[in-house]
Each structure stands twice: as C-alpha cells, then as structure tokens.
Design a protein around this ligand. Structure first.
Ligand SMILES: *[C@@H]1O[C@H](CO)[C@@H](O)[C@H](O)[C@H]1NC(C)=O
Ligand SMILES: *[C@@H]1O[C@H](CO)[C@@H](O)[C@H](O)[C@H]1NC(C)=O
Length: 362
C-alpha cells in the first residue's frame, strides 16, 4: 500500500494481542504509519516487532513514557488493560498525542470523562477502538433503517456478543481479573452490544436500564455473563435486550425489528470474511393464506470492502488528526460522544446488576 507524503505517525503503548491487528491496520492505512512501539521492557517490544514483521524503521522503546515523549509521534494507540486507561490516556493527551483507545474505554464514566476532558483541553482527537462502526456495511444498514417506508419505526432490538473460553482463560486472562479488567464480559463483549443498540436508536439514551436476573460472576466478582433490557418511553417507544458472555459459543448477533421491516446479521462485530459482508433485510413480509408459509424471504444485502474495517477505523482517525495537525482544525466531537454514551449505559447496567437487577433511570 502506498503511503501519502505526510502520514500520521502512530505509537503503540503495550504489546497486547489486539495490538497485532491494529498495527496491521496502521500499516494498511494510506494516511498512517507505525512509528514506534513501547512495552514495559525493550525485550518485549523487540519480540513483538519481530513476531509481527514490523519494518526495521519502527522505533522500539522499553517504556510507555518514551513513546509519549517522542516528538515525532502524532498519535498513540492504547491497548492496555482497562484499569490503566485513565492514567495513560490522560498522560498521552497531556503530551499532545491524539488518543485511539481500546474498548472498554474506562472502568466507569467518571474515568472516561477525565480522559475526554484531557483530550479536549489539549486539543487532541479521541476515538475508541470499536471497529464495526467503520465498516461500510454499518452505513448501508443505517441507510435501510432510515427508510420510513421500508423499515418503518424501530420497535425492538436484540444483540449478543459471546464466546466460550478455556479453563486457562478463566484462571489467567486479564479480562477476568478485578484489578485489570474489572468489567469482565460486560466491558469486553457487552460494550459492543450496548454500542449496537445505541447506534440503532440513533444514540438516543434509553429511559430505563434493567439487567436480566441471570448474571454470572466469578469468585472475585468479575462478570462472566450477563444480560440487560432497555426501555425508551414516549411516542417513539421501543425496547432492547442483549446478552454478553464468556460462557457461550461464539455469537455476534444483531436483530432489529421495525413496524414494516426487519434486519438481521450474525457477525456484526467481526464479519465472517474480510473482503465482503452482508445482512438480511425484509420489508412488508406477510404469512401466506392458512399461515403455511411466508410470501417473502429476507434478501441478503451484500457490501464489498477494499480495506478491512479496522483499517477504515485508523483511516478515519488519521483523517481527523490530519485536520487538526495540518489545517489548525478542532477535534471532532462525534466519536468521543459515542464512547461517552456507551460508557454511561454500561455504568447503568453494572449498577443494575449490583443492586440486584433493579431498574435504573437515566
Ligand atoms: C411496507 O413495505 C412494503 C414493501 O417494501 C411497502 O410496499 C409498503 O408500502 C410498506 N408499508 C408502509 C406502511 O410503509
Ligand atoms: C490522505 O492524505 C492525502 C494527502 O495528505 C489527502 O489528500 C487524502 O484525502 C487523505 N485520505 C484520507 C482517507 O484521509
């Protein structure tokens, strides 16, 4: 992939598994380049660079601070455990680095607001690492949902994000450790479900959030599986439920039901394939006479990609950074606001679980 003359230079702090995917995305993005990688030791950084075939010119640092202090780094990608986000994202912003932060963005809304304030007051762009929002399929789904005749009014939604894990994961993975990723499955996979439901509802917050009475917590109190219901009151009333889990087989479902149409897909977070993706859509379907069948089957709506969704995410982030860096523009508020609303609802789900599945009014 040929690079533009003045690409946005990325530093990565932390050698998490997800950083492999994002470093590949940075390499594929025309307006971004991987400039530096920092780990807690120089050996770890070197091993990560070697394992992932990094270009020899990528700088390697034995600390996160050195990445943040490098004046050539424009932006940092932060894939650290969630409990470390507030410290390092704030420090990055204070060092005038634009921040691409892995999800969940923080352990709670107060921490995220601290990060967003630091980005805002230092004039740097913030975006979280939710990749599927950047897939062209998502834009296509939005187009069809917005068709008042085809889809009608959105009435109900269901989303799931689950995978099943080994004993080793439950004993050792950071995602089940209270001091590292205390939100467990809610933070890791529930983030996507909440985000998809808010996306479908055009980011209108629900009036009430009530967790389903079936949360599964480990001995340390970290959520391994949970579900939740949302309710929007008033004229545009609708409901949603989701289920997130480390205990069920892989699933990534999104189902949206409107007054005159419905939309389904089973791979909304990570599409089955990189180069194309689809969703099922049907409008105006009726049962046949005697209800022995339907008059219509859903249509597969297919979308093709030239670049993978995580590369499109990096490209969008680099585009916004470029406006600030080279045209004296201001940070864009769309992406931080999406993160803020997702985190706000996540806090409410957690609170509902902690209070014994009580409704929480927003
Ligand atoms: C529902 O969808 C069908 C087929 O797309 C269309 O013909 C019909 O006019 C729609 N109905 C309403 C109430 O919008
Ligand atoms: C990439 O950078 C070039 C030149 O700086 C610019 O013309 C182009 O629009 C950028 N592309 C994206 C996707 O931001």
């Amino acid at each position: 992939m040929s690079k533009s003359n003045n690409p946005i230079r990325f530093g990565i702090i932390g050698c998490a598994v997800i950083a492999r995917k994002v470093s590949r995305a940075i390499n594929l993005a025309p307006n971004a380049t991987l400039y530096a990688i920092g780990s807690r030791s120089i050996e770890k950084a070197k091993k990560f660079a070697a394992d992932n075939g990094f270009c020899e010119t990528v700088k390697m640092y034995g600390s996160y601070n050195e990445v943040l202090d490098d004046p050539c780094v424009d932006a940092v990608y932060v894939p650290l455990p969630t409990s470390l986000h507030v410290q390092w994202a704030v420090m990055a912003a204070e060092k005038k680095k634009h921040v691409l932060l892995e999800k969940p963005t923080a352990l709670n809304l107060a921490d995220l607001e601290h990060i967003l304030k630091a980005c805002d007051s230092n004039g740097v762009q913030f975006m979280d690492g939710t990749m599927w929002l950047h897939h062209p399929r998502t834009a296509k789904m939005r187009e069809m949902l917005s068709d008042a005749q085809l889809f009608g009014q959105l009435k109900s939604m269901y989303s799931s994000s689950t995978f099943s894990e080994t004993l080793e994961f439950f004993e050792n993975n950071i995602r089940v450790k209270p001091d590292l990723d205390a939100l467990g499955a809610l933070g890791d996979t529930g983030w996507y479900c909440i985000g998809a439901i808010l996306w479908a509802a055009n980011y209108k917050l629900p009036n009430t959030v009530m967790a389903l009475p079936a949360a599964n917590l480990n001995a340390a109190g970290v959520i391994l599986a949970c579900g939740c219901s949302f309710h929007w009151a008033g004229e545009d009333s609708k409901v949603a439920t989701f289920h997130c889990s480390f205990l069920s087989h892989e699933s990534m479902d999104l189902a949206l039901y409107g007054s005159n149409g419905s939309l389904h897909l089973k791979d909304f977070i990570i599409p089955y394939q990189e180069s194309s993706a689809s969703f099922d859509f049907v409008s105006g379907a009726k049962f046949k006479e005697l209800h022995i069948g339907w008059n219509l089957k859903p249509t597969k709506v297919q979308v093709f990609l030239e670049l993978p969704q995580e590369t499109l995410m990096v490209q969008e982030f680099a585009r916004l950074v470029n406006i600030i860096k080279n045209s004296a523009g201001h940070p864009d508020s769309k992406w931080p606001e999406i993160s803020r609303k997702t985190q706000l609802v996540m806090d409410a789900v957690k609170k509902s679980i902690e209070l014994g599945f009580k409704p929480i009014d927003l």
